[in-house]
Design a protein around this ligand. Structure first.
Ligand SMILES: [Zn+2]
Length: 390
């Protein structure tokens, strides 16, 4: 087995106006607190080469992901591009412009971004080097995340993976945790990757090797359990997760580098949300529907030894994330994780039984997530596709 890593800074220039994505309209970036990155980790065997890419962005729609994969132009590669969902990066969707009529996307930035991500993916392939073993594990990190929609449903599990060279030194680490990168809150005007950036920097400092972070099932509404929404709290949360993962590596068994596999399943689900239809009509968002009014996307099941990672194209609610992980463990995994916002982004993905579209979507009360979801069908369709792979 071989692995390769590459990263590229994707922070937008502040020479032109940058609208920050997440929260309300017209959040104009004033400064760069810390850079945003595209990070790519390639894992390769004789049979399969997989590239896992993480971008410090709110999300990327399927047409952008497909365009990047076309630009890479390597049909032999299995590519997963996921967003961390930071709420302090540029608008890559369109919803967060100066007002509710104007797209917040800088198209020149988006074009440049797609090329940078494509180059980063190829950079990881060019950096392939032999790996002899790996460690994986998970740990419950208490007190950093809360569920603002259903406080009783909480996923506090951090899933980690580390590849080691022949001399036993770390070559790369992967961290996976289900919480919105929004320690900094709605009035923050500074570009930042939020807690994942702190996490990666500390792991890289301690291991001397790159670290890549993937957000898990962070939907409805897994959010940092903080008070002041300050950079100090952001630092604390990133460090708590970094240290919990590093301790997990200390205790984990070293396994020989084995085969990897990736299985893909495609699905379609009806788009029923009137707010999305209105946003398409206003050309705020790219219309991603097919002729039947469905959106089409994919889930993947990645196996790296006995670590299984399911990927889903949006913000899965933790109830479904917990179910997927439990099913992976039941089907033979020793450690499981979920990578959210992967190869597409369709807002929240809810369990059908919890889905109640509010009578007034502008005053959604406890049902805000439904107003940022394509509809009731996507939850069951995603789960059916994942169960099919298991
Ligand atoms: Zn979100």
């Amino acid at each position: 087995m071989k692995i390769g890593y590459a990263q590229t800074v994707i922070t937008p220039s502040l020479k032109s106006l940058v609208y920050l994505a997440g929260f309300g309209h017209n959040r104009r970036a004033e400064s760069v607190h810390d850079d945003l990155f595209a990070r790519a980790l390639a894992v390769s065997t004789e049979q399969t080469t997989l590239i896992l890419c993480s971008v410090d962005l709110i999300g990327l729609f399927t047409p952008d992901v497909e365009q990047i994969i076309r630009q890479v132009n390597r049909p032999d590669l299995q590519i997963v591009i996921a967003a961390t969902h930071t709420h302090h990066g540029p608008d890559t969707a369109g919803l967060w412009g100066p007002d509710d009529k104007t797209r917040g996307v800088d198209e020149a930035y988006l074009t440049e971004l797609r090329q940078k991500v494509a180059d980063t993916l190829l950079g990881a392939i060019h950096a392939l080097q032999p790996v002899s073993s790996f460690k994986s594990g998970s740990v419950f990190v208490r007190g950093v995340v809360k569920n603002a929609r259903n406080p009783e449903i909480l996923d506090e599990e951090l899933t980690v993976l580390q590849f080691l060279g022949a001399d036993g030194r770390p070559l790369a680490s992967l961290f996976n945790f289900p919480c919105h990168p929004e320690v900094l809150w709605e009035h923050n005007p500074h570009i930042t990757s939020d807690y994942p950036g702190v996490l990666c920097a500390r792991v890289e400092q301690r291991t001397g090797a790159p670290c890549i972070f993937f957000s898990g099932a962070l939907g409805g509404m897994m959010t940092p359990d903080v008070v002041d929404h300050s950079f100090e709290e952001c630092q604390e949360m990133g460090l708590a997760l970094a240290h919990a993962g590093l301790e997990t590596f200390e205790l984990a068994e070293v396994m020989p580098a084995e085969d990897i596999s990736i299985q893909k399943a495609r699905f379609g689900a009806k788009l029923t949300n009137p707010l999305y239809k209105f946003a398409f009509w206003r050309k705020l968002l790219p219309d991603v529907r097919d002729q039947q009014g469905n959106v089409n996307s994919e889930v993947n099941l990645i196996k790296i030894g006995d670590l299984w990672l399911a990927t889903v194209p949006g913000e899965l609610l933790p109830k479904l994330g917990l179910e997927i992980k439990a099913r992976c463990l039941g089907a033979g995994a020793r450690v499981a994780g979920v990578i959210g916002l992967a190869n597409g982004w369709f807002g929240y993905i809810l369990p059908a039984e919890d889905f109640k579209y509010p009578w007034n979507p502008f005053k959604p009360g406890q049902h805000y997530e439904e107003t940022n979801s394509i509809g009731k069908e996507i939850g069951p369709r995603v789960m059916r596709a994942v169960k099919g792979l298991l």
